[in-house]
Design a protein around this ligand. Structure first.
Ligand code: ASP
Length: 326
């Protein structure tokens, strides 16, 4: 491992959380400054030069467009800086998949960009923060981490942002990858890549939006009525993602209301409320003008819909192509 120069952009979360007792269940995320976190980390003696910058110190459920914009701006600057070898973003796990995927789609793949969090606060017995961070340093120091988009390090797994999602509420094995599992296995001393980089030399896929368009996620359930679709459209939604039953399914009345909303220019995406699985295009999607989310879960399908609308990509086939990509 070479002595890489890494920028650490801190946003808070449980990795910066404290409970005030090693055995207490409740805790507050976003308590520890990145300067203090990095001085604790320095005691591990890993060969890397880290510069920390506090972008926010929040529970990631409060993540918003302002913090995203600042993160994006900081990463662009770091990517243009020849003295910076890689970037790490510390983040709460609750919305890590959204931030990781947003950055993944709006940045070039030229340098390692790793997002890392923790499931247990820093002062908990068995805290995973320092271990995960050490793994992230190891991954971000590896020039081979470039050309893969944003990588999410949780535990000893390295997941691609497009695949990563939080699959459990508790425990240090909370993250899952779909359709790919881990693309690498990491520890503080080494990283084993399980496949060659698949996005070498790629430019940003989408421009970072000036304004994030309003896109709602509607969770489908038995007995669902069409009124919620009508309310979303009236409220000014430019897109609607359904967290559909099974393979992106919804009651006939809901599909009829959604098809009507397409006629008024709303982008409709069918994703699944199930834990994982592909949502493929059906023949009726062509007739109704719907998009199939493929492997993206509802939260990430919403981010992609926002990016595409903001970038003026609304033609059905072009939108579907963006959902089909890896
Ligand atoms: N609520 C925390 C957050 O997302 C949970 C975590 O980081 O694990 O900020």
């Amino acid at each position: 491992m070479h002595n890489a120069s890494l920028l650490v952009l801190a946003t808070g979360g449980t990795i910066a959380g404290q409970a005030g007792s090693a055995t207490r269940k409740d805790y507050r995320p976003g308590q520890i400054d990145i300067a203090d976190f990095l001085s604790t980390f320095a005691a591990l003696g890993m060969p890397a030069k880290l510069v920390g910058r506090q972008v926010a110190n929040i529970d990631s459920v409060n993540m918003d467009a302002g913090v995203w914009r600042e993160l994006h701006r900081s990463v662009v600057t770091a990517m243009d800086d020849p003295a910076c070898d890689g970037i790490i973003v510390t983040h709460g796990t609750d919305t890590a998949e959204e931030t990781a995927f947003l950055l993944d789609q709006t940045l070039p793949t030229s340098k390692p960009l790793v997002l890392v969090g923790a499931m247990r606060p820093a002062d908990a017995v068995g805290s995973d923060g320092l271990r995960n961070f050490a793994n992230a340093v190891r991954v971000a120091s590896d020039p081979e981490a470039a050309g893969r988009g944003v990588l999410v390090v949780m535990g000893d797994q390295v997941l691609a942002a497009r695949d990563a999602r939080k699959g459990r509420t508790r425990g240090t094995d909370a993250f899952r990858g779909f359709p790919r599992g881990p693309v690498a296995l990491a520890n503080p001393a080494s990283v084993d890549w399980l496949q060659p980089p698949w996005r070498v030399g790629e430019a940003a896929r989408c421009a970072f939006p000036e304004v994030f368009p309003r896109v709602e996620i509607l969770h489908v359930h038995a007995g669902m009525g069409a009124d919620i679709v009508e309310r979303a459209v009236k409220a000014g939604s430019q897109g609607i993602v359904i967290a559909g039953a099974g393979e992106g399914n919804a009651p006939d009345v809901v599909f009829a209301a959604l098809a009507e909303s397409v006629q008024s220019g709303v982008l409709v995406v069918r994703s699944s409320r199930t834990d994982e699985g592909l949502v493929d295009r059906w023949p009726e999607d062509d007739a109704k003008g719907f998009v199939a989310a493929r492997a993206l879960n509802p939260a990430k399908a919403r981010i992609l819909a926002q990016l595409l609308i903001a970038n003026g990509v609304t033609e059905l086939q072009a939108v579907q192509d963006a959902f089909n990509r890896r």
